[in-house]
Write a protein that binds this ligand. Structure first.
Ligand code: NAP
Length: 247
C-alpha cells in the first residue's frame, strides 16, 4: 500500500517510541517525513532509514524553533499534508508533591507543543485545502493517579481535537486523535522503574488489565495514525480513537 505517495508529514517526538513508529509507517505508505525531535541524534537515526525523510532538532516548547522547522520543511517540499505531534514527557508525583516545574514541563510539551505545531502548519494546509492532523491523547485523559499534569494535558488534547475539527473542517482539514493505552516505549519503561518493578512484571500487570490481554506496540498506534492520515479517513473528524486493547 502506498496511499500517502506525494504527501509530506511532520512528526514531532519522531526520534523514539510511538513517534518513530509513526515516521516509519507513514514513510512505508509513501509519505516524505520530517522527523522532529529534541535531540538531533535519534531524529537522524530514524530519518536515515527512510527515503525522502529529513531530521530536525527542535524543542516543541519553543514556538520559534517549531516555526523554523516548518519553514525549512516547506522550503524543501513545498507543502505539508500531515501533522502528528507525538513529543511529550511524563513527570509523575502525588499532587501535594508536584513541583511547578513538573506541571509546566508536561503541559508545555504536550499541550503547548501540539498547539504550536498546529498553528505553524495550518497556513500551508489551508492554502492547499488539504490537511490531516492526528493528535496524541491517552487513556490517561480519563484520569490517572499521581499524574494530574499528564491527565490534564491529555484531556486537553481531546478538547483541542474537537475544537480544531470544527474550526478547520470547512478549510479541508481533518483533526482527529488517538488515545493509546499501555504501549511498550521508554515512557512506560520509566514507569516500571518509578514503581520499583521489573519491566516484565509491569508489562504483565498492564496486559492483565486489558480485554485483549496484551500491551500495545508503537506499531499498533502507528497503524491507526496512518489510517487517520489517509484518504480513507476523509469523512472522519473530531474523533478520539482508543488504541488500548480495551473498550
Ligand atoms: P518516548 O518514547 O519517551 O518518546 C517521546 C519523544 O518525544 C522522544 O523522542 C523525546 O525526545 C521527544 N520529546 C520530548 N519532549 C520534547 C520536546 N520538548 N521537544 C521535542 N521532542 C520532545 O514516549 P512515547 O511513549 O513514544 O510517547 C509518545 C506520545 O504518545 C506522547 O505524547 C505520549 O504521551 C503518548 N502516549 C504514550 C503512551 C505509552 O504507553 N507509551 C500511552 C498513551 C500516550 P528525547 O528522546 O530527545 O527526549
Amino acid at each position: 500500500m502506498r496511499g500517502l505517495r506525494g504527501r509530506v508529514a511532520v512528526v514531532t517526538g519522531g526520534g523514539r517510541g510511538i513517534g518513530a513508529a509513526v515516521c516509519r509507517r507513514l514513510a512505508e505508505e509513501g509519505a516524505a517525513v520530517a522527523v522532529l525531535d529534541l535531540d538531533a541524534k535519534p531524529a537522524e537515526q530514524v530519518a536515515g532509514t527512510l527515503p525522502e525523510a529529513g531530521a530536525y532538532a527542535a524543542d516543541v516548547g519553543d514556538p520559534a524553533q517549531v516555526e523554523d522547522v516548518v519553514r525549512r520543511v516547506l522550503a524543501r517540499h513545498g507543502r505539508i499534508d500531515i501533522l502528528v505531534p507525538c513529543a511529550g514527557v511524563m513527570r509523575g508525583a502525588p499532587v501535594t508533591e508536584m513541583t511547578d516545574r513538573a506541571w509546566t514541563e508536561v503541559l508545555t510539551s504536550h499541550l503547548t507543543g501540539s498547539f504550536t505545531a498546529v498553528r505553524a502548519v495550518t497556513p500551508a494546509m489551508i492554502a492547499q485545502r488539504h490537511g490531516r492532523i492526528v493528535l496524541i491523547s491517552s487513556i490517561a485523559a480519563r484520569g490517572i493517579a499521581d499524574h494530574v499534569n499528564y491527565g490534564t494535558a491529555k484531556a486537553g488534547i481531546a478538547g483541542m481535537t474537537r475544537s480544531l475539527a470544527l474550526e478547520l473542517g470547512p478549510r479541508g482539514i481533518t483533526v482527529n486523535a488517538v488515545a493509546p493505552g499501555f504501549i511498550a516505549t521508554r515512557m512506560t519503561r520509566e514507569g516500571a522503574e518509578r514503581r520499583g518493578r521489573t519491566w516484565e512484571e509491569h508489562a504483565e500487570r498492564a496486559a492483565e488489565g486489558t480485554a485483549l490481554r496484551r500491551i500495545g506496540t508503537p506499531e499498533d498506534v502507528a497503524a491507526v495514525v496512518a489510517f487517520l492520515a489517509s484518504a480513507d479517513a476523509g469523512y472522519v473528524t473530531g474523533q478520539v480513537i482508543h488504541v488500548s486493547g480495551d473498550p
